[in-house]
Design a protein around this ligand. Structure first.
Ligand code: GDP
Ligand code: MG
Length: 303
């Protein structure tokens, strides 16, 4: 028993430290007012993180399409801390004239990169630069069952140049299963036709996908990818189904349990965002999007 130095505990200490430090994850939601953005975020993180009531404003006040707000919460699960910031972009696309309505969003994303770069270039830089870079954008598509709008296409295209964009079909309980599948097919085709690069990228290097510490099958990951855009339903209320209180909605067609995979793809989206791809989205933001921004800025400085 003598001679045991205990080097091996170092790895445990490092891991513990990393776990204690936790993750920073910044999620942005984009889409028209009333599509259930706030509700979905609150459903995913199982708590009331952002206000899902329409913002109070004077009746005669113009709608603010440029007002971007962020809310930060620290969530802890089994000793792992997640510093979660939700950035809401209210009123997007609600105007009669939506020309350049995406500009404030792009500006916000770039500003976070800029801030990070400035801190990185400071001689006495902080050991850990606070990360406010947007790691993922949930893009809410209206459940029309027809097609993406020209505005959707433009905005998807622009946003995907700067960040990881994940499209979802909002309020999918308003479509039948057949309508959802056809709509999804159509959206996938349009995304491909217009050369929009949605996350996850096919060409990105992604080796290990871990789910709750266990390696998950690549086939499963591919199946999840094929599901994009996720057809989701959100709810902040419980309903009683078969004697159990579940997160759900009462609809014209019957009860929807948002966590039931045969009712909608909410759980798939939640797993994707909070488990299988969380780390990858953070890395991709740093390695792909921020790096592209950084290179461009530094080249411009040289000239
Ligand atoms: P936001 O403006 O995009 O943030 O939308 P909210 O989250 O405030 O939701 C607007 C309204 O739609 C609220 O009355 C919600 O209860 C309702 N809602 C939210 N998600 C869903 C959904 O998945 N299905 C249906 N049918 N209604 C929803
Ligand atoms: Mg909202």
């Amino acid at each position: 028993l003598t001679g045991y130095v205990g080097f091996d505990s170092i790895t445990q200490q490092i891991e513990k430290k990393l776990l204690k430090r936790g993750f920073t994850f910044n999620l942005m939601v984009v889409g028209r007012t009333g599509l259930g953005k706030s509700t979905l975020v609150n459903t995913i993180f199982a708590s009331h993180l952002i206000d899902s009531k329409a913002p109070k404003r004077a009746a005669d006040a113009p709608r603010q399409t440029t007002e971007i707000t962020s809310v930060t919460n620290v969530i802890e699960e089994n000793g792992v801390r997640l510093k979660l910031t939700i950035t809401d972009t209210p009123g997007y696309g609600d105007q009669v004239n939506n020309e350049n309505c995406w500009e404030p969003i792009i500006k916000y994303i770039k500003e976070q990169y800029s801030q990070y770069l400035r801190k990185e270039l400071t001689p006495a830089r902080e050991r850990r630069i606070p990360d406010t870079r947007v790691h993922a954008i949930l893009f809410f598509i209206s459940p029309t069952g027809h097609a993406l709008t020209p505005l959707d296409i433009t905005v998807l295209k622009r946003l995907s140049e700067y960040a990881n964009v994940i499209p979802v079909i909002a309020k999918s309980d308003s479509l039948t299963m057949e309508e959802r599948q056809a709509f999804k097919r159509r959206i996938k085709d349009e995304i491909e036709f217009h050369g929009i690069r949605c996350y996850p990228y096919i060409d990105s290097v992604e080796d290990d996908v871990l789910l709750e510490g266990e390696r998950i099958d690549r086939g499963v990951v591919q199946a999840i990818r094929d599901m994009i855009p996720f057809a989701v339903v959100g709810s902040e209320r419980n309903i009683v189904i078969d004697g159990n209180a579940v997160r759900g909605r009462r609809t014209r067609w019957g009860m929807v349990n948002v966590e039931d995979e045969s009712h909608c793809e909410f759980t798939h989206l939640r797993n994707f965002l909070t488990r299988t791809h969380l780390q990858d989205m953070i890395e991709t933001t740093a390695v792909v999007h921020y790096e592209a921004f950084r290179t461009k800025q530094l080249l411009a400085l040289k000239e």
